[in-house]
Design a protein around this ligand. Structure first.
Ligand code: SF4
Length: 332
């Protein structure tokens, strides 16, 4: 009997990842206390099967670390990660290997993701070899079919090429094909179009959405760009300095953004209409140092609506409407 699949393919609760800051010899001798980068600091959310869940934020917000924790490339400092109801933090290496087949990654840089000395065909069949799936002939057939599926034709020629013999867009298609060769259920797409030419970006997003339907996929889509998130996501969570500050259905967050940071990000999306003038609310200053984050609300040094309480108390994530939540004292 097969186990009943849960509706939420991923559920994380109070997830934390602190990286210890390296100390030089003098700091060690002077026994300065250890310091930590709080890359992810207590995030909770769930991803429903079949949805595209966007994790959006500036660089340093903790979105990539959150993605890597979920697919178990790195271990959390604290918190629970459920994948299809199974707690990944408690699995042995062998048990994790079986689950890993069901979750794959598309990284930002296709050139770095592919071994420059390995032909495309070999790169594609390698996951099948590791998991002992099919005969050599069957593996080659699967790879050729998938190359064609992602628009790389003629597949027999692409199969024999090295990564440097392909264009950037073709390489990203290979990375997508390799992520799908094991027929995963869940794909972490970490800035999957950031390195592609502008002209290729929409085509790659369309391809990913087509494959989502054909392969019954769930995506965790990580991006710094709300305009890209708008194109593909069903749900989005906005991250700032290791925390989720707003989360909700994409349409609700775009129609009614609640957090001042979300409003600022939205106001920075260009509008393709020269007549339309919009007040740009870019937050002042840089994202603060995560080793020593601001007290209270971490956004307070950049927030135009800051109140006294904001420096003192951290606002909890509060449900405002259905699945729409925000962490801001304006909604206390
Ligand atoms: Fe701004 Fe205060 Fe809300 Fe933080 S809690 S976003 S500082 S108003």
């Amino acid at each position: 009997m097969t186990a009943k699949k849960v509706d939420e393919i991923v559920k994380v609760t109070n997830l934390k990842k602190y990286f210890e800051v390296e100390r030089d010899i003098i700091q060690k001798l002077s026994s300065k206390t250890k310091r930590y980068v709080k890359a992810v600091d207590g995030v909770s959310f769930s991803i429903k099967r079949g949805e595209v869940f966007g994790l959006v934020g500036e660089s340093g917000s903790g979105k990539t670390t959150t993605g890597r924790l979920i697919i178990n490339i790195i271990q959390p400092t604290e918190g629970e990660i459920l994948f299809d109801g199974i707690d990944l933090t408690t699995l042995s290496k062998g048990e994790m290997k079986k689950i890993r087949k069901r979750m794959q990654v598309i990284f930002q840089d296709p050139y770095a993701s592919l071994n420059p000395r390995m032909k495309i065909g070999k790169a594609l069949i390698q996951p099948l070899e590791i998991h002992r799936i099919g005969t050599p002939g069957e593996r080659k057939d699967m790879a050729l079919r998938l190359l064609e599926h992602v628009g790389l034709t003629p597949p027999e020629i692409i199969y024999t090429k090295y990564p440097h013999q392909l264009s950037g867009g073709q390489r990203q298609r290979v990375v997508i094909a390799r992520a799908l060769i094991l027929h995963p259920e869940f794909v972490l797409a970490d800035e999957p179009i950031a390195m592609a030419d502008v002209s290729m970006r929409v085509l790659l997003l369309e391809l990913m959405m087509k494959l989502k339907e054909e392969f019954n996929l769930t995506y965790l889509f990580i991006t710094h760009d709300l305009a890209t998130a708008k194109y593909v996501c069903d749900m989005i969570a906005i991250m700032y300095l290791g925390k989720i500050v707003e989360i909700g259905k994409l349409k609700d967050v775009f129609k009614n953004p609640l957090h001042p940071y979300t409003k600022a990000l939205l106001s920075a999306i260009p509008i393709p209409d020269p007549e339309h003038k919009r007040k740009i609310e870019i937050p002042k200053g840089e994202i603060p140092n995560p080793i020593n984050p601001p007290s209270g609300c971490r956004f307070h040094p950049r927030c135009p609506y800051k109140m006294d309480i904001c420096e003192k108390e951290e606002p909890p994530l509060k449900i405002i409407d259905e699945e729409h939540s925000v962490a801001c004292h304006l909604f206390d």
